[in-house]
Design a protein around this ligand. Structure first.
Ligand code: GLN
Length: 192
C-alpha cells in the first residue's frame, strides 16, 4: 500500500521537505508527499513533516488556519525539523510560540547564539552507521526531555535529535543536502 506524507505548508522550507520525501518514496507505487494547509488536508496521512522556518510565524498561521486541535490529535508520525522541532515540543522559552505538545521536551530557540547564523557539523546519530552532515540554521536545542524520549544526537549546546514514539525531531535540516537516511529511519519506524 502507498505511503502518504503531508508537509505543513504555512511558512518555511516546504518545497525542500516535499522534494526529500518524494525522493524517498520514489518507486513505491501509490506513495505521495503533499502540502497541508487546512485540517481537511490531514485526512489519510501516514506522516506529517513540520518544516524549518520561523516558529513564531508558523505558530500564528497554525492558529489562523484552525490547525491547533487537528495537529495535536494527528495520529500519524511527525517529522519535525528546526522551527518544526520548536513547534513539536511541549515547552519553549519564547511565549510567542504556542507549541503542539507532541513531544515531551523543553526547547530553547536560537540556542547557538544570535550571531551564529548557520554552521555544519559531522554528527553521530544513534542508529546511523556513519556520521550525518548536519546543517544548523539559527537552530534550537532541546534542554530537557521527558520520559520515553530517546536522545539520538547531542552537541555541546544541547540535544539536537530525538525520537518519541512515532515522532522524530531534529534541530538541523535533514531535508537539505540529499542524505535521506533519517527520512528512511523515520518511515521504517512507522512500519511503512
Ligand atoms: N530560529 C527559527 C525559529 O526558532 C528556526 C530556524 C530554522 O527553522 N531554520 O523559529
Amino acid at each position: 500500500m502507498g505511503v502518504k506524507v503531508g508537509v505543513l505548508a504555512l511558512q518555511g522550507d516546504v518545497s525542500e521537505h516535499i522534494a526529500a520525501f518524494r525522493d524517498c518514496l520514489a518507486g513505491r507505487s501509490g506513495s505521495t508527499a503533499v502540502p497541508v494547509r487546512h485540517p481537511r488536508d490531514l485526512a489519510h496521512l501516514d506522516a506529517l513533516a513540520i518544516p524549518g522556518g520561523e516558529s513564531t510565524a508558523i505558530s500564528r498561521l497554525i492558529g489562523k488556519n484552525g490547525l491547533y486541535e487537528p495537529l495535536r490529535g494527528f495520529e500519524g508520525g511527525v517529522f519535525a525539523t528546526c522551527a518544526g522541532m520548536v513547534l513539536a515540543a511541549d515547552r519553549v522559552d519564547d511565549p510567542r510560540v504556542r507549541t503542539l505538545g507532541l513531544i515531551p521536551m523543553h526547547v530553547a530557540r536560537n540556542a547557538f547564539g544570535r550571531q551564529v547564523d548557520s554552521r555544519e557539523a559531522s554528527l553521530d546519530v544513534a542508529g546511523l552507521a556513519e556520521p550525518f552532515r548536519a546543517v544548523f540554521i539559527r537552530a534550537p536545542v532541546a534542554t530537557e526531555v521527558g520520559p520515553g524520549v530517546a536522545v539520538l544526537a547531542r552537541v555541546p549546546e544541547g540535544i539536537v535529535a530525538v525520537r518519541s514514539g512515532r515522532h522524530m525531531a531534529f534541530a538541523f535540516h535533514p531535508e537539505l543536502g540529499g542524505d535521506l537516511r533519517l527520512h528512511r529511519m523515520f518511515l521504517a519506524g512507522l512500519g511503512v
